[in-house]
Design a protein around this ligand. Structure first.
Ligand SMILES: [Zn+2]
Length: 290
């Protein structure tokens, strides 16, 4: 509930080596260590800085903003959006108002977050791994997804209040990880909603369909819905797709139906939320609905 600028913990902390390097990179002449232990004045965020969270910022109209060294769009209302990755420990923002000749930069440490970690030992050694043809297909399909996530449309659909894309039981959470026989598997980077095959999937926020694929090896039937400014939702393992490439879908509009296509252990929707290539926690944008 605390605002990022009011956290004493953040304000008293001395800048890290990374912070100093960041300040140097941006040509920032800094005389006080306190000056870069908080976000630059004139930047407001809609929520606490937290790992996995999509955050909407606000600045004066006409300001230019970069987040973690990436220039971001600022819409006509002075809004911008970004996300914090699962293991990101630092957030840095630079802002230059239209009346200023140089950017002012600042940053805060991002607190750690406890993820659900499950250790399973004593398993027989796994002998199942994709053959070369499957590996090539997985890589080619991943490239299609990555390409769709590079879009940076001017639409501010991300600012619409998100709704749940399906009704069902939460069966998997963001950031969780299994460690099998001591070997960490890739963390789970979305929200799983378990429900019978055929359960409707709707758009959690307005957007434009930027990818439709009927048969990806691991994700099965897949749709990407782009919410603008690099924010996108992905829906996988679907049994049916009700949209086509380029469709505009309003919040609550039909996307398709839950299924178990691709590599899936049972009917569920895996909903992923991205800021460009950075995977975010969908639960954070529907927190009040869970
Ligand atoms: Zn999942």
């Amino acid at each position: 509930m605390t605002s990022i600028n009011s956290s004493t913990d953040v304000l008293v902390r001395a800048p890290s080596v990374a912070t100093r390097a960041f300040a140097l990179l941006w040509g920032l002449v800094c005389h006080s260590p306190m000056a870069i232990a908080a976000l630059p004045a004139g930047v407001q965020l809609d929520a606490n800085v937290e790992r996995g969270r999509m955050l909407i910022g606000k600045v004066e109209n006409g300001a230019r903003v970069s987040v973690n060294r990436r220039d971001v769009r600022v819409d006509t209302q002075g809004r911008f959006v970004f996300g914090i990755g699962r293991d990101d420990s630092r957030l840095a923002i630079c802002v230059r108002l239209s009346t200023e000749t140089s950017a002012r930069c600042g940053g805060v440490d991002v607190p750690g977050r406890d993820y659900r970690i499950e250790r399973v030992d004593g398993l027989p050694p796994s002998t199942v791994s994709p053959d070369p043809a499957e590996q090539a297909r997985i890589a080619a399909e991943a490239a299609l997804v990555a390409k769709a996530r590079e879009r940076n449309d001017a639409r501010s659909d991300f600012a619409h209040a998100f709704v749940m894309p399906a009704k069902g039981r939460i069966s998997g959470v963001y950031g969780s990880q299994r460690i099998l026989n001591g070997a960490p598997r890739a963390p789970h980077m979305g929200l799983d909603i378990a429900a019978p095959t055929g359960t409707p999937i709707v758009a959690p926020a307005p957007g434009v369909v930027t990818l439709v694929h009927e048969d990806m090896l691991l994700p099965g039937k897949t749709v990407i819905l782009d919410h603008g400014h690099g924010i996108s939702s992905v829906f996988i393992h679907m049994s049916r797709i009700d949209v086509k490439l380029g469709d505009r879908v309003e919040s609550g509009g039909a996307i398709g139906a839950i299924g178990s296509t691709g590599r899936s252990s049972g009917p569920h929707l895996h909903w992923g939320l991205n800021w460009f290539d950075i995977k975010l926690d969908p639960a954070k944008v529907v927190e009040s609905l869970l």
